[in-house]
Ligand binder design. Structure first.
Ligand code: SAM
Length: 237
C-alpha cells in the first residue's frame, strides 16, 4: 500500500486525515524505518507494509472508540494500534504499555517527534500495571500479544464496568472456544465479532468486542505464571 493508497483506503473507513496528521504518519514511518536499522522494534521493514499492516490495520479500530474514551493498549510494541490511533483520535487519551525497554524507548522518542499530548508510555508487565489500575479505562486494545484467554485476564480488570476490550486477532476461532470460561469468570461477554479483510493481500483479521458486565474478583489479574498454568474455570471462581 503506497502513501496515496493509504489515504484513499482510509476514506472507506470514513477517516480523512488533515495535513498535520499526514505529516505525523510520514514522521512515524521514517523514524520507524530509521530506528529499526540499529534497534529491532518491528519485523515489518518496508514502507508499503508499514502503511498496510501497521497504519491501516491499526486504524480499522477507529470506529469502535468514542470521543473522550481513555484507552489502554497492552503489548503495544512499536505503537500498534495505540500510537496510530492517538494521531487521529485527538479527544482520546492513550496509555501505551509494553514490558520491552527497546520498544518503550522508541515510543518515548517518537511521541516527542509527533508532538502528541494525548499519549503516555509505560514500561511494565501488564499484569503488574493493571493490578494498580483497576476499573480505570473505557477501552483496552491489544494486537498480536497473547492467547485470548491470557489477554482477557490481563485486560478486563482494567476496564470500567460497561467498558470494552477490543483485541485484534489474525486467527481467533480456537482461542475463542478456549476463552469462554475465562470470560464468564471475569463477568464479561462477547457482544460482537467484526471480520476485517486487509486490502491487497486479502488476509483476514478479527476484532472482538468484549464487554465487561460487572464486578471482577480483586484477585485478578494473577501472576503471569498462574495465568499461563491455571486457566480460569467456573469452579475456581
Ligand atoms: N501490538 C504490537 C503489534 O501488533 O505490532 C506488538 C506485538 S508484539 C508481537 C507483542 C508485544 O507484547 C511485545 O512488544 C511484548 O514485549 C509485549 N508483551 C507481551 N506480554 C506482555 C506483558 N505481559 N506485559 C507487557 N507487554 C507484553
Amino acid at each position: 500500500m503506497t502513501k496515496d493508497e493509504f489515504y484513499n483506503y482510509l476514506e472507506k473507513l470514513e477517516i480523512v486525515l488533515n495535513e498535520t496528521q499526514k505529516n505525523q504518519f510520514e514522521i512515524y514511518k521514517d523514524f520507524l524505518l530509521q530506528y529499526n536499522e540499529h534497534t529491532n522494534v518491528t519485523a515489518i521493514r518496508d514502507e508499503k507494509s508499514i502503511y498496510l499492516k501497521h497504519f491501516y490495520d491499526s486504524l480499522t479500530l477507529n470506529n469502535y472508540l468514542k470521543a473522550k474514551d481513555k484507552v489502554l493498549d497492552i503489548g503495544t510494541g512499536a505503537g500498534f494500534p495505540g500510537m496510530v490511533l492517538a494521531i487521529i483520535c485527538e479527544k482520546n487519551y492513550f496509555v501505551l504499555l509494553d514490558s520491552n525497554h527497546k520498544k518503550t524507548d522508541f515510543l518515548i522518542a517518537l511521541k516527542e517527534k509527533l508532538g502528541l499530548k494525548n499519549v503516555e508510555i509505560i514500561n511494565s508487565r501488564a499484569e503488574e500495571y493493571v493490578k494498580q489500575h483497576i476499573e480505570e479505562f473505557d477501552v483496552v486494545t491489544s494486537r498480536a500479544v497473547a492467547h485470548l484467554r491470557i489477554l482477557s485476564e490481563l485486560s478486563l480488570p482494567a476496564l470500567k464496568i460497561g467498558g470494552l476490550f477490543l483485541p485484534m486477532k489474525a486467527n481467533v476461532a480456537g482461542e475463542l472456544k478456549e476463552s469462554l470460561e475465562t470470560l464468564e469468570v471475569l463477568n464479561s461477554k462477547i457482544i460482537d465479532k467484526i471480520e476485517i479483510c486487509l486490502p491487497f493481500e486479502n488476509s483476514k483479521r478479527t476484532i472482538l468486542k468484549i464487554k465487561r458486565m460487572g464486578a471482577i474478583n480483586a484477585i485478578y489479574p494473577r501472576s503471569y505464571d498462574k495465568i499461563l498454568k491455571k486457566p480460569l474455570k467456573k469452579a475456581n471462581k
